[in-house]
Design a protein around this ligand. Sequence first.
Ligand code: GLP
Length: 262
Amino acid sequence: MEIIIKNDAESGSNAAARAIAKLVRENPNAVLGMATGSTPLNLYNELIRMHQEEGLDFSSVTTFNLDEYIGLSKDHEQSYHRFMWDNLFHHININPDNVHIPDGMATDIPAACSAYEKAIVQAGGIDIQVLGIGSDGHVGFNEPTSSFASRTRIKTLTRQTVADNARFFEGDESQVPRHCITMGIGTIMNARMNLMLAFGEGKSEAVAAMVEGPVSSIVPASILQHHPTAKIFIDEAAATKLRLADYYRWTYEGKPEWQQDA
Ligand code: GLP
C-alpha cells in the first residue's frame, strides 16, 4: 500500500487524477473502474478540467462502475447512473457504449451480475479502479463480513450505511434502498491498480483500520493490504489516527523522480 497524505481533499484528488491521466495518455483504450459518493467529486472535476483544457481523450476509454442501488431507475436523482452522467460522463468525450453501470432495475439480478463480470473480462480487466470507503470500512457496497472472494452480486446495506447515505435522500432513511448490486471484493482485487480516496475526520477511523489494522472481512477495505498496487490518497484530517503517518509522509516526500506517478 502506498499512503499519500495531502493537505486537503482537492490536492489528494488532483494527485489521483494525475495517475488516471497518465494511464489514459499511455493507453487510450484503458479500462477504468468508477466510484460514486461525495468523495470522488473533486477527482471527477479535475478529470473534466483535464479533458477541457488539456485535451485528455476519453473516446476509447471503457468504464465499469462499482455499484448501484436496486429499485432506482437510471434517471432517478439518486441513482448512480444519474450521478455518473451528471458529474462526469456528460462533461467528457466518453462513448456511451463503453459505459457500464450495474442495472438496479434488472429483472434477473443474478444473470445481470454474472453478465457484468463477463463484460469486465471481455474488456480485458480493469486497469485502475477508483474507490471510496464507507465509515464502516466498506468498499463499493461490500459491507462488513463480505467474502474476500465475492464477485458482483446483490447485497443488503447495513443500517449505518443507510443512515450515512440518507443525506442524499433529504435525510429520510426510509427513502434509501436497502439492497444494491456491487462488484465483489474479488472483482475489485482483480483490478491492476486500486486508487482509494478518503477525506475528512469522519473517515480517519476507517482509514486506520484499513491501513494498519488486521486484514479482516469486518473491515472489507483492509483486503487492499493484499493488493500489489493500492494507492491510498487521504488528507491530513483522514490521517489523524494513523500510527505511522510520519513514515508515510517521509516516504512520499523522498520518492525518486522516476517513481513519481501521482
Ligand atoms: C457509498 C458508496 C461507496 C462510497 C462510500 C462513501 O455508500 N457505495 O462506493 O465509497 O459509500 O461515500 P462518501 O464518499 O459519500 O463518503
